[in-house]
Design a protein around this ligand. Sequence first.
Ligand SMILES: *Cc1c(COP(=O)(O)O)cnc(C)c1O
Length: 377
Amino acid sequence: MIPFNKPYVSGQELAYIRQAVEHGRLAGNGRFAKKCERFIEQRYGVVRAMLTHSATAALEMMAILLELRPGDEVIVPSFTFITTANAFALHGAEIVFADSLPGHPNMDAEKVEELITPRTRAVVAMHYGGDICDMPALERLCRERGVVLLEDAAMAIESSLDGRKAGTFGEMAVFSFHETKNIISGEGGALLINGGHWIERAEIIREKGSNRAAFFRGECDKYTWVDKGSSFLPSELQAAYLFAQLEALGEIQAMRKAIWIRYHEGFSKLEKKGHVQRPAGLPGRERNYHSYYLICRSLQERSRLIRFLHDKGIQAVFHYQSLDQSPYAAKFRDGKRKPLPHAAHYSDRLLRLPFFNELGRDEQDHVIASVHAFYAK
Ligand SMILES: *Cc1c(COP(=O)(O)O)cnc(C)c1O
């Protein structure tokens, strides 16, 4: 079976984990964690990067930082991972769902504008497949309306728009290092902070509501409970694995680019014949080659294609189910409306193909040939 994903080992991961073990400190905020944070800050030009045990944890930190009051609204895309919404719901937000663009799974900035009310506190942009949202439009809108712009860049490390990298548009952003992402540590994430005023409380929130970070810097003489918080740090074992991956970033991205381009060329004829749509490009974007997907003509056709590929030894998977139609969304005012059409379109039709750094050429050719065989029937 050609799996959908296979976690990658670039070379130094086990050596770095051994070093961490031999150094004798395995909790969070250790030497490898700091190396990873400095790497991210320097490479992406963010004011502060803070490792977390997941992107979900970093989203929850954002939600706590917002100090939401009852009735405060947070706008999220409907076509996204559950935690983009759940992190804010957990901390009391009224969730409002924005539709996708007609031609791309990303959230439609014009739709966001219609959804802003005096109760809107934040807009969370998610960059699907690593294609950056219309951030210039969202930045303008959020500035005008006094709303905090946040980025769920969980799958968008290394993507850029007109030369600006994902994670640098929002006041805060998150990356994920879950094993299905480009750069991994099994589970893992980071909170990226561009607005410096968020940093002090973010440190406290990540350290269980204590001023431990300031204490260790010698800025106060005891460490105690000063605010709300939780346990959001990854262990040094995860950070050691992650640092090896970050050092191999260039090599990893080159492998992914070759795979992406081979798929894209491999499906150009099928698109011309109108059988499938390939990922649409958006102007000014540099892709990060996170995933490769096809848009099928219907839900039924997609289900048949998944079964057909499975029988050929290929694991292909669908993706998000629109959150505006999810059972839990009914709890929110906004979850009782009719389906958002474009989000529903991608929920029903988007199919992801096996995509991992070590996908072999023969394996990839088998995937491409099998999709062709399905449409030749
Ligand atoms: C993967 C992903 C997440 C969750 O990341 P974790 O690190 O597993 O918490 C959130 N949002 C998006 C858009 C993702 O792709």
